[in-house]
Design a protein around this ligand. Sequence first.
Ligand code: NDP
Length: 334
Amino acid sequence: MKWALIGASTIAAQYVIRAIRAQSGDEVVWLISGDAGRAAAYAAEHGIVNHGTDLDAALSDPAVDAVYISTTNEKHFPQAMAAIAAGKHVLCEKPLAMTVDEAARMVAAAEAAGLVFATNHHLRCSGSHRAVRDLIAGGRIGRVLSMRLFHAVHLPPHLQGWRINDAAAGGGVIPDITVHDADVARFILGEEPETVVAQMAASGMGQGVEDSAMSVWSMPSGAMVMSHESFTHPFAGSGFEVHGTEGSIFAQGVMTQNPVGEVELVSAAGREAIPFPTHDLYTQGLADFGAAVRGQGRPAADGRDGVRSLAVAFAVRAAAQSGTRQIVNYGESA
Ligand code: NDP
């Protein structure tokens, strides 16, 4: 498959270009940026032949099969709609869009055109998360009572740009990290949050946007989910716990971009370390995407997953803003 990258981004440079090139036969053939000089420099650094600021030039190239969109969040919707109109498969970064309605329109357009549309929720590609999901699905902890997600990190200096000060670009910890946690809970528990209560704060980094959030979600099964996200916590670590009637799972250090961390099952039988595969998360996501394009499966997180996780995140923000419990509005994607 031949890819056009839309966005001269950090995430593409650090993870996704390598993950594309790890697929047999996949190539990156275009880089589109909003700035010609940055496009040229980025393309040179990463060995990408075609580059520029003209999105239509990349989209009208018949050699391009798929696009990866990793611009700032307000650009995802128009760029995805243009790519879909041009008949390209789309891997789009989270959050899919600035509103649930826009995200749903992107996904509906791709479905109507018969194109693969995926959301880059990388965490569900990790061996640790897949191992936990399998434990729960296999009944190892009985009926799930609750889940606690710990995702309070310290945003590194090179990412302290639009995320902490630009609401118009989709800044804030809720569209950045809560959206991932929503997808993790949906993936691990296999059900959709129904209502949320929440609070949010600017605790030292956020300027005009929240840098911290805590929320509690109710699930249709009756399980409760507690979620904590932040940009300002240098030493908190990350992970999640799932507690059931027959056991508890502790997944520590697993809310990351790398295949690290530990998973432990605790039950009446004692403590058991759970092994899991340590493949690269993004390479797995690209492999799942390629299989879907070949008609051999589905993306790790498809477009509807992206819409639903976004709906949960925006319900958290609405709950924090209003101080009232919110029913998650999945729109027509539910
Ligand atoms: P960056 O800030 O690195 O890149 C976003 C945009 O900012 C780029 O498209 C680029 O615009 C512009 N830009 C980048 N570097 C510079 C610079 N030095 N000077 C001026 N402009 C610059 O963002 P991220 O890579 O962190 O995030 C991009 C998207 O990916 C977001 O939607 C984010 O939510 C998502 N993301 C997802 C992750 C995941 O694991 N799924 C992890 C990290 C991010 P242009 O293209 O116009 O050159």
